[in-house]
Design a protein around this ligand. Structure first.
Ligand code: CP
Length: 310
């Protein structure tokens, strides 16, 4: 079983992962200390292939695997024979031949996880493929929303209004979030300058699109802010001062444009002063560090589902 994206994920499959992840989280919203170590994945070896930078995803997969008793080995482009011209598909076939049980793959090529999955018989977990998908990020976002709005075990996100603001079309987080939110019954609004929004008839993006911040926020229960991905777009397409003015969220926007209960999320890395001010990122409405904690729990659940006996 692979986890390449959420476009075909069923509501029940997502809820199964969220329920399992929730069981790793205590009432204090931290990973339960009693669950710090287990032998659920003892004897398994997980390859972490990160060909793009990562803090949260790489570390939380490694932590999750190790806490479940698995061994992890990290590979990046500089330290592998990909640097000498070997294809990533061949690298993965070699790792399979060595006895790895599953591979977590982050790469800028959105087609790569599918090419690898076609050529190996061990599970491939997509940890971000260019502008494609980031399924475990969306799962941890779903868990965070479910907790914040007290939708309990077995529940979805029915009728929750979730707005995503930023560079939507280049965002693998937004793409996976939309699939997750649609599957769980939320109402989704995508917002940003028109150059960052999908066409209104694009079947890949089942959501309302909005091009002004006040409208995007007026009914929002939660807003997910995205980083402007300068590595994926020609930087000169956006005037950053204008973007911050029209789309950034500071304390004034929080008070004047957001409902009083609206929560703020961000997948990270946060560029303070661009999409959010530091005061908002660290403020009482922010769920950003709770997302990070939930990342460990969700990745534990995903690894147990794929390699164990969830
Ligand atoms: N959210 C996320 O994917 O962060 P990293 O790039 O640090 O893994």
């Amino acid at each position: 079983m692979h986890l390449l994206g959420l476009s075909d994920a069923q509501r029940s499959e997502i809820i199964e992962i969220l329920d399992a992840a929730d069981r790793f989280i205590g009432l204090d919203h931290q990973i339960k200390k009693t669950d710090q170590f287990s032998e659920a994945l003892a004897g398994k070896t997980l390859g972490l292939l990160f060909f793009e930078p990562s803090t949260r995803t790489r570390t939380s997969f490694e932590l999750a695997a190790q806490k479940l008793g698995a061994e992890t080995i990290l590979l990046d482009e500089q330290g592998t024979s990909v640097q000498k011209g070997e294809s990533v598909v061949d690298t993965c076939r070699n790792l399979e031949a060595m006895g790895f049980d599953a591979l977590v793959l982050r790469h800028g090529d959105r087609h790569l996880p599918f090419s690898v999955a076609d050529r190996v018989d061990i599970p491939i977990i997509n940890a971000g493929n260019g502008t494609g998908e980031h399924p475990t990020q969306a799962l941890l976002d779903g868990l965070t929303l479910r907790q914040a709005f007290e939708h309990g075990e077995g529940a979805g996100l029915d009728d929750l209004n979730v707005t995503i603001i930023g560079d939507i079309v280049h965002s693998r987080v937004a793409r996976s979030d939309v699939h997750m939110l649609n599957a769980l019954g939320a109402n989704v609004t995508l917002a940003g300058p028109s150059v960052f929004l999908p066409g209104s008839r694009d079947p890949d993006w089942n959501a309302r699109t909005v091009t002004d911040r006040a409208t995007a926020l007026e009914d929002a229960d939660a807003v997910i802010m995205l980083r402007i991905q300068s590595e994926r777009i020609a930087g000169n397409r956006v005037d950053m001062d204008r973007y911050i003015d029209e789309w950034g969220i500071d304390q004034i926007v929080v008070e004047q444009e957001m409902p009083s209960h609206c929560r703020v999320m961000h997948p990270g890395p946060v560029i303070r002063g661009v999409e959010l001010t530091g005061a908002v990122a660290d403020g009482p409405r922010s769920l950003i560090l709770r997302q990070v904690t939930n990342g460990v729990a969700v990745r534990k659940a995903v690894l147990q589902k794929i390699l164990g006996d969830l």
